[in-house]
Design a protein around this ligand. Structure first.
Ligand code: ATP
Ligand code: MG
Length: 137
């Protein structure tokens, strides 16, 4: 069974939306097998989003991710990576399907409430960045 790394981003934790977002995951059949609230430094956010280092929004993205606490979590289920991205909706909330997390909660393309891994390889790296095997039950 597959696992993926999810982050509830600062715009959502600030608005006290953690429970509503977790309900969307659980309603979709995803199980939260690890979860913690942390406050990333800008440098830690930069390492996490290193793949976007050359993009024009990189600095803004790292500032945002370090602006308030985030909730990092591991979601488990059949096809968890694709299922999570389906529940999240498109990156830009204007394009996100009705009922998705980003359609309901995201404020902008940058402040879009959630992150989800995009492939098995990135999921493995991203999970290992935040959690040890013992923390996932
Ligand atoms: P994530 O990786 O956070 O799950 P995603 O895979 O849908 O989101 P990516 O293309 O990987 O989108 O972009 C990573 C993050 O960078 C986005 O979620 C968003 O917060 C930010 N971002 C992407 N495009 C823009 C943009 N044009 N302007 C500002 N921020 C952006
Ligand atoms: Mg991405």
């Amino acid at each position: 069974v597959e696992r993926t790394l999810s982050i509830i981003k600062p715009d959502a934790t600030k608005r006290n939306l953690t429970g509503k977002i977790n309900a969307k995951f659980e309603d979709a059949g995803l199980r939260i097998v690890a979860q913690k609230r942390i406050h990333l430094t800008k440098a830690q956010a930069g390492v996490f989003y290193a793949v976007h280092a050359e993009r024009p929004f990189y600095d803004e993205l790292c500032e945002f991710m370090a602006s308030e606490p985030v909730v990092v979590q591991v979601l488990e289920g059949e096809g968890a990576i694709a299922k999570n991205r389906e529940v999240m909706g498109a990156t830009n909330p204007a394009d996100a399907a009705p009922g998705t997390i980003r359609a309901e909660f995201a404020e902008s393309v940058g402040e879009n409430s959630v992150h989800g891994s995009d492939a098995p390889e990135t999921a493995a790296v991203e999970i290992a960045y935040f959690f040890s095997g013992l923390e996932m039950v």
